[in-house]
Design a binder for this molecule. Structure first.
Ligand code: ARG
Length: 403
């Protein structure tokens, strides 16, 4: 085994990373620095400090990354209207490059030669962490205990915890918990009964959204302001990116907005089934498309939609810090200069519907589109020629087929 001098561990204080911390100390016998990111997972982070201290860790980093997460990762992704496989808002995928960036930053600061993470050997997250570290500092080694130790299942993990007197937290019902990943953008739940895609997800797994059936009978009307492609205000009040997303999570959650039960294709090669809750993100995606609908030129909008699946796949597969993602980002960002204005939405029993939009930069022309008489120069005869020329080849084609 290669000699490691110092490790920076991505540490949540939860069961998996507590076990990993113990295992790293036993296996490498070197100093471990723990890094815990506050991404708005809605969990107390001080217990992580106490647990790390109890394990003899001297350098404990707990950093609030909420604003950076939303402004530098979530919002740029939102500008592209990114969805993986048509539905997934990439809540876990987009958090990994940010965590990796800080792992690398701390490793450099403290002179560590390796970083360690708690992602399993079957998932996407290991790929995302490690590709990001490769792109940011090729000299750093990566330790992925889940691929190295002899523990092969969650059951064996629980046995290891018991043997080493590491407390095992139960879920709300005292059962072994699902595999959960949460941050300001989403909560993702996988494992246990969800591993059978034929099983309906039980209601108690949902954490930040009510069942749309139980949502209020009265709709809620909200207005979101955009500036250069990014949301900047709610109901006329300017807000920071993290505050805005957090507020929308509350509103959307109360109205059952943003639930998704999905079978997706992992980069690593298998299908997996998960439950996602992305209330604020779902509202923002609808709102962003709403403001783009009046401010983007048709060809610009369609080009964005063509590259979107590719861009989303890059993020899903862990290529945030790759040149092709940055190139696509530059294209997306350039399109957003005039994407400013206000969008009003109605939240009601699981839906977030755009009901009005305004912009000082609107390309919409009522004079041009109106069914009434119009002052704008639009010659109906132009449409006749337009259709005749477009129909020319269809007529040839149909005539040949009918021969
Ligand atoms: N399948 C999702 C993704 O690859 C979520 C992964 C993390 N979620 C979890 N519950 N462990 O982005």
């Amino acid at each position: 085994m290669t000699k490691i001098e110092k490790i920076v561990l991505s540490y949540s204080g939860g069961l998996d990373t507590s076990i990993i911390l113990k295992w790293l100390q036993e296996t490498y016998g070197c100093e471990v620095v723990t890094f815990t990111a506050d991404l708005g997972q809605g969990e107390e982070l001080e217990p992580a400090r106490a647990k790390a201290e109890m394990s003899g860790i001297k350098d404990i980093r707990i950093v609030d990354l909420r604003e950076e997460f939303v402004s530098d990762f979530v919002f740029p992704m939102l500008r592209a209207n990114a969805l993986y496989e048509g539905q997934y808002l990439l809540g876990s995928s987009i958090a990994r490059p940010l965590i990796a960036k800080h792992l690398v930053g701390i490793a450099r600061e403290v002179g560590a030669d390796a970083i360690a993470h708690g992602a399993t050997g079957k998932g996407n997250d290991q790929v995302r962490f490690e590709l990001a570290v490769n792109a940011l500092d090729p000299s750093l080694k990566v330790i992925a205990p889940w691929r190295q130790w002899n523990i092969r299942s969650r059951t064996q993990l629980l046995e290891y915890a018991e043997k080493h007197h590491i407390p095992v937290p139960g879920d709300k019902r005292g059962e072994a918990p699902f595999s959960i990943d949460a941050n300001l953008l989403h909560t993702s739940t996988e494992g246990k009964i969800l591993e059978n895609p034929a099983e309906v997800a039980p209601d108690h797994i949902y954490q930040r959204t009510v069942d749309p059936l139980d949502a209020p009978d009265t709709p809620e009307i909200i207005t979101i302001g955009f500036e250069g492609g990014d949301p900047v205000s709610l109901n006329g009040t300017a807000m920071t990116p993290a505050a805005l997303l957090s507020e929308l999570n509350g509103l959307g959650g109360r109205h059952g907005v943003g639930r998704l039960d999905l079978v997706e294709n992992r980069f690593i090669g298998m299908k997996s089934r998960g439950i996602y809750e992305t209330p604020g993100g779902t509202i923002l995606l609808a709102a962003h498309r709403g403001i783009e609908s009046i401010t983007l030129d048709r060809a610009a909008a369609h080009l964005k939609d063509e590259i979107m699946p590719r861009y989303a796949e890059l993020i899903y597969n862990g290529f945030w810090f790759a040149p092709e993602r940055e190139m696509l980002q530059a294209l997306v960002d350039q399109s957003q200069a005039f994407v400013s204005g206000e969008v009003t939405l109605r939240l009601y029993k699981g839906s977030a519907s755009v009901i009005s939009r305004t912009s000082p930069w609107s390309l919409y022309s009522a004079d041009l589109v109106t069914f009434e008489e119009s002052p704008v120069a639009y010659d109906h005869h132009d449409a006749e020629g337009f259709i005749r020329l477009n129909g020319l080849r269809l007529k040839s084609w149909a005539a040949r087929n009918g021969r």
